[in-house]
Design a protein around this ligand. Sequence first.
Ligand code: 5AD
Ligand code: SF4
Length: 464
Amino acid sequence: MTGSKRVFIKSYGCQMNVYDAERMGEALAAEGYQATDTMEDADLILLNTCHIREKAAEKVYSELGRIRQLKDARAGAGSSLSVGVAGCVAQAEGEEIVRRAPTVDFVVGPQAYHRLPDLVRRAAVRPGAVDIDFPTEDKFDALPSRTKPGVISRGPTAFLTVQEGCDKFCAFCVVPYTRGAEVSRPVEAIVREARELAAAGVREVTLLGQNVNAYHGEGPDGRTWDLARLLYRLAEIEGLARLRYTTSHPLDMTDSLIDAHRDLDALMPYLHLPVQAGSDRILAAMNRRHEADAYVRLIERIRAARPDIALSGDFIVGFPGESDADFEDTMRLVETVGYASAYSFKYSTRPGTPAAGRGDQVPEAVKSERLQRLQALLNTQADAFNRSMVGRRFDVLLERAGRKPGQLTGRSPYLQPVHVDAAAGAIGDLVEVAVTEVAGHSLFAEPIGKREPADRRLAAGGVA
Ligand code: 5AD
Ligand code: SF4
């Protein structure tokens, strides 16, 4: 026994929650916590929740029911277990969580993570603490630097939140309520964090924001920088070979960002650009603020700038009032665009959002049938895209151990998982490969050469 405390963090939902879990883990590591991946071993259990769809809150409550049994057993044995709820359900439900689940010691909203260690200490004395404020101070400034290892181990890829919140208010979406108004971090804070990550061996950074391409942060020159300008700046950082960003709104896809896709080798040819629906009537009802044709023309311009770009999107079927003809418009748009990958969902009522109160909800069976048809089409497109890779050559960033000994798994520029024969020491290398085979969503490839050996990586502490 080392005497140190152990934390188990379970994250649901989007990549921003993955990033937040890492930052919370770093804050707890600074307080002497170590990670455990078994709940039974933990002194502290943290559920980092998601509220975007379905019965997310109900899932959290049933998980909390299981945790209560663990806590009761622990109390019977004379030891203690602390339980916290973080993330968007925490933000949306607040006090209600401790009322419904008294097993919860504290509730922390996404804007208050920098106060987590303090909250854990307070809850130890007085359980039931809730912190879901949107504080005026910058939580990122108050979190520990990225140079110190956290409780979650990091590979050669990392997420970096540059923007949070959303001002778009799509009629179906809870994000503007749970994550609040759009806020962009200053350029210098982002550059510092990216350098810290590079110094810790990170080769690929994915910039995150609920509306990342609406980024408008304060630049070192005192002016407002957009995402394109930030990307050009980050591409200069030594050691960072690859940049990505997610997730974007079509209205914020500016000419300068499209130019960045043409100009920057480090900016990977993959773009997640949700359209949600293909019918102008439904797009208007969703408050998406553009028509289907404008999206198709935008895609044409992006492809003109970067012909090999892989497109991904999000779709919702069964938004209130969606007719068969509206749905056929979505199918037609998918046929026209051609996606490399995509996510599609049945519309799910989110309390408090404008669409929730509508009387013309679509029956569940209709939603299921539409989803099946849409997913069949999207799968066909994804398979065709993957098959078109056979014989292609590109760089793979080797990220982790593969399925078999002697094999590592990484990602193609187009974000596909690629299995390559390579020694374990090659994790973090960019290797040029030739694709030999496709299996499901993965590619198999053989190495042709090593583009950037591991020794080119920055030594710890080095910055650009
Ligand atoms: N119902 C179904 N899907 C939703 N999304 C957001 N809100 C809802 C909802 N109420 C989907 C959108 C969004 C993705 C993150 O989740 O497609 O782009
Ligand atoms: Fe939600 Fe995205 Fe619309 Fe913002 S732009 S309200 S995050 S779907």
